[in-house]
Design a protein around this ligand. Structure first.
Ligand code: F6P
Length: 540
């Protein structure tokens, strides 16, 4: 059995080091090293990370790297990327990195190279996209497809939505893309209300093809389509395709498996946006730009696998998260992209990070005695500044922030971009340096008001500064966070690739559905749940 994390020498050394550094202010740290802004920065695969505004010094980084080594991080990375079944609780390999491997790569699973299968699916997706955009593929009534509706939830929705929004600038504007995820009928109704069924293609995206929300929406979509197209079941073949690992269920739904794009059990839902689950992204971007995105993922994979730990972007990002979570007791991390196109990036990251590392037992089944994943949240700047930044600046919680900024705007209008970028730099500076009482008083503020206008500062942040948002850059950015999550999971000794925690609610919901449909079925829940069900029955 692996040593418990908190008994490792590296952990104890970090604890002792924390006691020394916890009261140091970032002002002092910057004053002590005029080059600090450069010392604690990294550039790799075109991404520049300034991590100097963290409550660290050179010793912190060395000690965190020691912890990574003592946790066997490099061995874990190799095990993942070489197809070992590291998802032990589901007895699966974890090979999302194979989804973006070049055609001539070899990655073996149980003695078989999986890369040719990956590229066969990508080629099939590309041919399908060409047939849609060229108009060769037509709907049941002979009209060309102009609307694409992706029906999926969790990993079968969040990645596609995020990528579509993030790369909208690069998309084919002749196609309308919509996404339906929630089992709330409103989601379906609003997504389809102005669409003409004769021109609409539904992509049913579900790894398992059994998820309640997606199957409910898929059946509703079929009913909606058939009602508009005269009820001929043959229409389904021209208006529905499936993205799944479950051919049997796809066929049972009535979708020809020729129109199914497959993937494999070694692709976790939240790691699947670059698999067949990305079909909507490929339709929007075209196959060439989709492949550019995959190349970006791959570049980051290679960097993660080969760069020394202290020069490794995902490793540094992941270790800093461990540092704040376990030593400073930070409970959340804010991700704040200064790019409107990345507005769904925080939501995407929420599943990636929290469904992965929201665990409280180790791989060996022991209850952890330290904190695991922080809560990730965020909104694009500058909107967040006029909402919750007050709390980050002057509240009682320590909230490490990841700022994401771009040097070039995709919509360079007037001086918008300089103003946007000035804001992101200003926020990092204000959080780190704050404003002292003396500075406040020197501005002529009264003694009485001064405490309200003091900014303690010493609030940490990372800044990622990237030239421009492109499909390749998005691939790099997503892979950066995927591997940061893996780094955190390796330190915490948890399995980032299962999600048993979502099961219980699913089971109970299944039990409650017939109880809501019946007027008087006996109830055996707790008294709160029983009362809510009874009240719902009487109100509905
Ligand atoms: O929320 C649980 C979960 O299993 C996620 O991990 C997954 O991304 C989502 O449901 C959707 O699953 P599926 O793609 O099988 O419909």
């Amino acid at each position: 059995m692996t040593d418990s994390l908190t008994t490792k020498a590296a952990w104890k050394n970090l604890n002792a080091h924390y006691e020394q550094i916890k009261s140091k202010h970032l002002r002092e740290l910057f004053a002590a090293d005029p080059l600090r802004g450069k010392t604690f920065s990294l550039e790799a695969v075109g991404l520049y990370l300034d991590y100097s505004k963290n409550r660290i010094d050179g010793d912190t980084v060395s000690l965190l790297i020691e912890l990574a080594k003592a946790s066997g991080l490099q061995e874990r990375i190799e095990a993942m990327m070489s197809g070992e079944k590291i998802n032990t609780t589901e007895d699966r390999a974890v090979l999302h990195t194979a989804l973006r491997a070049p055609r001539d790569a070899t990655i073996e699973l149980d003695g078989k190279n999986v890369v040719p299968d990956v590229h066969a699916v990508l080629d099939k997706m590309a041919a399908f996209c060409d047939s849609i955009t060229s108009g060769k593929w037509t709907g049941h009534t002979g009209r060309r497809i102009r609307n694409i509706v992706n029906v999926g939830i969790g990993g079968s929705d969040l990645g596609p939505v995020m990528a579509y929004e993030a790369l909208r600038h690069y998309t084919n504007r002749d196609l309308t893309l919509r996404f339906v995820s929630n089992v709330d009928g409103t989601d379906f109704a609003e997504a389809t209300r102005d669409l003409d069924a004769a021109e609409t293609l539904f992509i049913i995206a579900s790894k398992t093809f059994t998820t309640q929300e997606t199957m409910t929406n898929a059946h509703t979509a079929r009913g909606w389509l058939l009602e508009q197209l005269g009820g001929d079941d043959a229409a389904v073949a021209k208006h529905f395709v499936a993205l799944s690992t479950n051919a049997e269920q796809v066929a049972a739904f009535g979708i020809d498996t020729d129109n199914m794009f497959g993937f494999w059990d070694w692709v976790g839902g939240r790691y699947s946006m670059d698999s067949a689950i990305g079909l909507s992204t490929m339709l929007a971007l075209g196959p060439d730009q989709f492949r550019e995105m995959l190349a970006g993922f791959h570049e980051m994979d290679q960097h993660y696998r080969s760069a020394p730990l202290e020069e490794n972007l995902p490793v540094i990002l992941g270790l800093l998260t461990v540092w704040y979570t376990d030593f400073f007791g930070a409970q959340t991390t804010a991700v704040l992209p200064y790019d409107q196109y990345l507005k769904r990036f925080p939501a995407y990251l929420q599943q990636l990070t929290m469904e992965s590392n929201g665990k409280s037992v180790t791989l060996a089944g022991q209850r952890v005695d330290y904190d695991t994943s922080p809560i990730y949240w965020g909104e694009p700047g500058t909107n967040g500044q006029h909402s919750f930044y007050q709390l980050i600046h002057q509240g009682t919680h320590l909230i490490p922030c990841d700022f994401i900024a771009f040097a070039k705007s995709l919509n360079p209008i007037g001086d918008h971009h300089d103003k946007l970028t000035a804001n992101v730099f200003a926020q990092g500076e204000a959080l780190a340096m704050g404003k002292t009482r003396d500075e406040v008083l020197a501005e002529g503020t009264s003694e009485e008001l001064a405490p309200h206008r003091v900014f303690e500062g010493n609030r940490p942040s990372n800044t990622l500064l990237i030239e421009k948002l492109t499909p390749t850059v998005l691939g790099k950015l997503v892979a950066l966070y995927e591997h940061s999550v893996f780094t955190q999971g390796a330190i915490w000794q948890v399995n980032p690739f299962d999600q048993w925690g979502v099961e219980l609610g699913k089971v109970l919901a299944k039990k409650i559905v017939p109880e809501l449909e019946s007027a008087d079925a006996p109830l055996d829940h707790d008294s709160s749940t029983n009362t809510l069900i009874e009240r719902y029955r009487s109100l509905k």
